[in-house]
Design a binder for this molecule. Structure first.
Ligand SMILES: Nc1ncnc2c1ncn2[C@@H]1O[C@H](COP(=O)(O)OP(=O)(O)OP(=O)(O)O)[C@@H](O)[C@H]1O
Ligand SMILES: [Mg+2]
Length: 216
């Protein structure tokens, strides 16, 4: 793991898309760093929520999990889910959990960085408000170069500190090289498909994927 990531106690986990692996990466980081986890905006309550998933697979106790600021019923973009629930997402009401800020904290976004939250704000505005260093989760496969470079450009354009990219999926050396070269970034970890999230040793995964450059 690169040194500045070790120092960053609070991380915002965003992605190039929905379903790209933010929650899986967040679970690995939460377990490996002994961090708390917070998902400020949850869209979709019928299936297991992201917080419930991270709690299940890490086995950490309730004190590591902070309630969502918004729990919206529909699995849609936040602006649309909020409209259906007759709620207006107010950035002023989304504040990091005080007690979690003392230790390491993993914050997971919803969707990608340009999903609208309401008439004015996008996910990137919430990220700017929270102002935490960002990890960008990207798929490893075809299509990732375009999505990742666009996301990096938007994040940097807003002055957010991007610690690097996590590639999720089967290893792809060519895409890794391209992301680092054209994105002027570092691929901090490559997470290969995990057969069973509920039985995998997540702390071991963290060490294997994020700490491979550290002296043993
Ligand atoms: N490396 C992996 N190994 C096995 N399963 C994975 C892996 N990455 C993602 N998945 C599975 O793919 C699905 C989508 O991943 P995940 O929920 O982490 O995406 P997300 O970016 O958090 O999505 P959302 O935008 O809904 O929060 C989940 O069922 C997850 O368990
Ligand atoms: Mg998720």
């Amino acid at each position: 793991m690169v040194e500045h990531m070790a120092k960053a106690k609070h991380l915002f986990i965003t992605g190039t898309d929905t379903g790209v692996g933010k929650t899986v990466v967040s679970a690995i980081l939460t377990a490996g760093m002994g961090a708390s986890y917070w998902k400020p905006i949850q869209c979709g309550l019928e299936e297991q929520t992201d917080t419930e998933f991270v709690r299940e697979v890490t086995g950490l106790s309730d004190q590591y999990f902070h309630p969502e600021a918004y729990r919206l019923a529909q699995p849609l973009s936040p602006h649309a889910a909020a409209e259906i629930d007759n709620v207006k997402i107010d950035l002023g009401r989304i504040c990091p959990p005080e007690k979690c800020l003392r230790g390491a904290l993993i914050v997971e976004g919803a969707g990608g960085i340009m999903v609208p939250l309401n008439q004015e704000d996008f996910m990137i505005d919430l990220m700017k408000k929270l102002n935490m260093p960002v990890l960008l989760v990207a798929r490893s496969t075809l299509g990732t170069i375009n999505h990742t470079l666009l996301s990096l450009q938007a994040l940097r354009g807003r002055g957010l500190e991007v610690l690097g990219v996590v590639m999720n999926g089967p290893r792809n050396r060519g895409n890794k090289k391209a992301l680092e070269k054209y994105g002027k970034t570092k691929v901090l970890a490559e997470i290969e498909p995990i057969a069973d999230m509920t039985s995998v040793d997540l702390t071991g995964k963290f060490k294997e994927c994020f700490c491979k450059d550290m002296p043993k």
